[in-house]
Write a protein that binds this ligand. Structure first.
Ligand code: C2E
Ligand code: MG
Ligand code: MG
Ligand code: MG
Length: 273
C-alpha cells in the first residue's frame, strides 16, 4: 500500500519536467569541462549604422559545440552556467576572445554580454581592465551589455557600472523594455546605450500602434542623451521605419547573422569605402 502511494507521488510531477531536469543536470556537468576541451567559440554579429548600412561594431555571441548533441543554444546553456557558476569563467573567456579579435578590426567596437552572476563578482572590474591591458583593446571600444533584471535592487552592480564608465567603457541595457524596472529607476542608471528588444521591432508595421513602444524608447533615449540600438531587424521595411524614427544603429538577420571571424572580416572588406 505504502509502496503504491510512493509511486503515485512521483506522478504528481510532469514526467517531461523530470526529463528536462535530468538533461539540464547532464548539460551542467558537460559544461564544466567544455571550456578546457575547446568546445566553446565566439561569433560576431555586425551592429550597423542605419543611415549608411556600414558596421560600426559587433556583438560577441558565445557558441557551444557539444561533442554528442552538436550545437547547443546559449539561450539554453547560459541559464545553466549561471546557476552552476561556470558563467564566471565562460564570461571571461568570451570577453578575452572578443577583445583580442576586435583589437585587430580597426574602427569597430565590441559589445559583450555580462550575466547577472558576473556582476556579483567583486573582482569583475579589475578582471575586465586586465583583459583590456592584455589584449590592447582601448576601453572606448568595449561595450558591456546587461539586462534590466540584473540590476534591480543591486546597488553593488550599479556601482560597478559607474566604475566601468569612469574607465571609458560603455554600458548598454540589453533587451530593453522586457524587464520590470520603472522608467524612473532607469533614468538614474549609469548607462550609455539602450538596446530595443526585438519583440518591439517585430511589431513595426508602419502604423502608430506598431511603432508606439519603439518611439517611446527613442524619445526617452533622446532626452537622456543615450544611443539606441534596435535588435532583431529582419526586413528592409523595419530598417527604414527605424531610421525614420531616429534610431541610429541596428542589428539583425537583414544585415548578417552572427558570423565566424573570417566571414565578418569578409563583410568588412566588401562594405568598405
Ligand atoms: P542577446 O544578447 O539579446 O543577443 C541577441 C540574440 O538575438 C542572439 O541570439 C542573436 O543571434 C539573435 N538575433 C540577432 N538578430 C536576429 C534577428 O534578426 N532575428 C532573430 N530572431 N534573432 C536575432 P543567440 O546568439 O542565440 O543568443 C541568445 C542569448 O544568449 C543572448 O541574447 C544573450 O542573452 C545570451 N548570450 C549569448 N552569448 C552570451 C555570452 O557570451 N554571455 C552571456 N552572459 N550571455 C550570452
Ligand atoms: Mg546582447
Ligand atoms: Mg539583446
Ligand atoms: Mg534580445
Amino acid at each position: 500500500q505504502a509502496k503504491h502511494l510512493g509511486t503515485h507521488g512521483v506522478q504528481l510531477h510532469d514526467p517531461s519536467m523530470i526529463d528536462r531536469r535530468a538533461a539540464d543536470a547532464q548539460l551542467s556537468d558537460d559544461l564544466a569541462g567544455a571550456l578546457d576541451r575547446g568546445e566553446l567559440h565566439v561569433l560576431y554579429q555586425p551592429l550597423v549604422d542605419l543611415a549608411g548600412s556600414r558596421p560600426v561594431g559587433v556583438e560577441a555571441l558565445v557558441r557551444w559545440q557539444h561533442p554528442r548533441l552538436g550545437p547547443v543554444s546559449p539561450a539554453q546553456f547560459i541559464p545553466i552556467a549561471e546557476r552552476s557558476g561556470t558563467i564566471t569563467s565562460i564570461g571571461l573567456f568570451v570577453l578575452e576572445t572578443a577583445c583580442r579579435q576586435v583589437a585587430g578590426w580597426d574602427g569597430l567596437y565590441v559589445s559583450v554580454n555580462l550575466s547577472p552572476r558576473q556582476l556579483q563578482e567583486p573582482t569583475l572590474v579589475q578582471d575586465v581592465l586586465d583583459v583590456l591591458a592584455r589584449t590592447g583593446l582601448a576601453p572606448h571600444r568595449l561595450v558591456l551589455e546587461i539586462t534590466e533584471s540584473a540590476l534591480v535592487d543591486e546597488s553593488a552592480g550599479i556601482a560597478m557600472l559607474s566604475e566601468f564608465r569612469a574607465h571609458g567603457i560603455r554600458v548598454a541595457i540589453d533587451d530593453f523594455g522586457t524587464g520590470y524596472s520603472s522608467l524612473h529607476y532607469l533614468t538614474r542608471l549609469p548607462v550609455d546605450i539602450l538596446k530595443i528588444d526585438r519583440s518591439f521591432v517585430a511589431e513595426l508595421n508602419g502604423t502608430p500602434e506598431g511603432s508606439g513602444i519603439t518611439e517611446a524608447v527613442l524619445r526617452l533615449s533622446q532626452v537622456l542623451h543615450l544611443t539606441t540600438v534596435a535588435e532583431g531587424i529582419e526586413t528592409t521595411e523595419q530598417a527604414a521605419e527605424l531610421q525614420t524614427l531616429g534610431c541610429g544603429i541596428g542589428q539583425g538577420y537583414l544585415f548578417a547573422r552572427p558570423l565566424p571571424p573570417a566571414e565578418l572580416l569578409e563583410m568588412l572588406v566588401t562594405t568598405a569605402s
